[in-house]
Design a protein around this ligand. Structure first.
Ligand SMILES: O=C(CO)[C@H](O)[C@H](O)COP(=O)(O)O
Length: 267
């Protein structure tokens, strides 16, 4: 158990024939590398990618892919998170894939978060940023509407040089859906009732979706994540050395009402 990583433990939840939701971000991609190894050894699964970036990496690694359109349910989704609250409410989407990630998670019988240190917060909003995807029409108008609701925001700008950041009009970052991403400043007090905030934001015409993933994750596996740069997929291919993994305790968090042993056994 000492040298088990969060990615190896997530792998143990997979059964032959499963459809696996493939998350986006460093932790999700480290899981992809482990999954690819199992596929090479003969494990038969099909993956549903949550972003173009993940799709490209999965293809490179030889993981068979299908579209979400082809299935009603995904057996297991493994994805990262930006914030994990004690009840496993999450903030996701700082990697820009929140809408597809949420669609795949919503279709999943089981949704497991893999994360490195630093993602756990006593209260949602601890990191101070909530990603919100909006339509490209009248972004400044939308920002003013948000400000009147008490939410300051700024549009994410395209990062030149990182291949997965698509450059949009006026230098805005655009998601895989072709939409800008607003980084909304939030505090734990503002997110004290995250369901209400979710409702308010969804009620605003022009908002496509938020990075609030409420009541969706059943398990979070927190452990070493050795990938500390998103600058190239070469970085992503780095996997934990046994020594690195040994130095971090693996922690298993469950949502209210979820028992790890039952979850793991999966009838
Ligand atoms: O939601 C996400 C992408 O939209 C990522 O899962 C989240 O940003 C965590 O990424 P990382 O594992 O790189 O810290």
């Amino acid at each position: 158990m000492a040298s088990t990583t969060q990615f190896e433990l997530a792998l143990e939840l997979i059964r032959p024939g499963d459809v696996i939701g493939l998350g986006t971000g460093r932790a999700a991609q480290a899981f992809l590398v482990e999954l690819a190894r199992k596929v090479q050894e003969g494990l038969e699964i099909r993956g549903v990618a949550t972003s173009q970036r993940t799709e490209a990496l999965a293809r490179t690694l030889g993981i068979p892919l299908i579209e979400l359109d082809e299935v009603e349910t995904v057996d297991l989704t493994v994805d990262g998170a930006d914030e994990i609250a004690p009840n496993l409410d999450l903030i996701k989407g700082l990697g820009g894939a929140l809408i597809r990630e949420k669609m795949v998670a919503a279709a999943s019988r089981r949704f497991v978060v893999v994360a490195g240190p630093g993602k756990e917060f006593d209260r949602l909003g601890g990191r101070g940023v909530l990603p919100v995807e909006v339509v490209p029409f009248a972004v400044e108008h939308l920002r003013r509407r948000l400000l009147k609701m008490g939410f300051d925001s700024r549009p994410r700008m395209a990062k030149v040089g990182a291949e997965w950041f698509r450059r949009g009009l006026e230098g805005l970052f655009l998601t895989d859906n072709g939409n800008p991403l607003l980084e909304v400043a939030v505090t734990p007090d503002q997110l004290a009732n995250p369901h209400e905030v979710q409702r308010q934001l969804h009620d605003l015409p022009g908002v496509v979706g938020t990075g609030l993933f409420l009541g969706m994750a059943q398990v979070a596996l927190i452990g070493p994540n050795p990938v500390d740069s998103q600058e190239s997929s070469a970085e992503i291919a780095r996997v934990p050395s046994p020594d690195f993994a040994n130095n971090y305790p693996l922690r298993i968090l469950t949502a209210p009402g979820v028992d790890w042993d039952q979850f793991r056994a999966r009838p």
